[in-house]
Ligand binder design. Sequence first.
Ligand SMILES: Cc1cc2nc3c(=O)[nH]c(=O)nc-3n(C[C@H](O)[C@H](O)[C@H](O)COP(=O)(O)O)c2cc1C
Length: 133
Amino acid sequence: MHRRRHQRGNRARICDRFRLKQARISFYSSFSSGGVSAEARNPTGPGYNVPIAERVRRDSGITIRVVGLIVTPKQAEAIIAEGKADMVAMARAMLDDPHWGWHAARALGAEVKRPNQYLRSGPAVWPGAAMRD
Ligand SMILES: Cc1cc2nc3c(=O)[nH]c(=O)nc-3n(C[C@H](O)[C@H](O)[C@H](O)COP(=O)(O)O)c2cc1C
């Protein structure tokens, strides 16, 4: 009885997702522990929300974005590559380095297009880019 109700629930969820897909609506849930003020004391372990996000992603099939002490390009890449989340977000790492995306691309062997005003500091034309730690 309980099992049948559970199966019906799953079927309803699959239908809902199918309808959302048909309607071309993208739907995702974002995983944050809500550290909304400077006084908030979030956990200090790297990627502390990742295990929770991974489980919700696996059990629900919903597209998941995860945030919480994701800092390095390799760490962010691994979360996606290992299928633990569909997207990563970062708050403090981006405040610390507003060009995090550019630097991450370079660290992972790629380059993203920069606005014209920033072209002269790109790795292709600026030797200083290779001197960064
Ligand atoms: C300036 C700032 C503003 C934030 N605003 C919100 C917010 O409005 N709602 C929310 O749920 N979390 C907010 N957060 C918390 C982040 O979403 C995130 O959970 C937290 O900062 C941990 O991620 P991080 O290690 O990448 O900073 C904010 C964080 C910062 C630093």
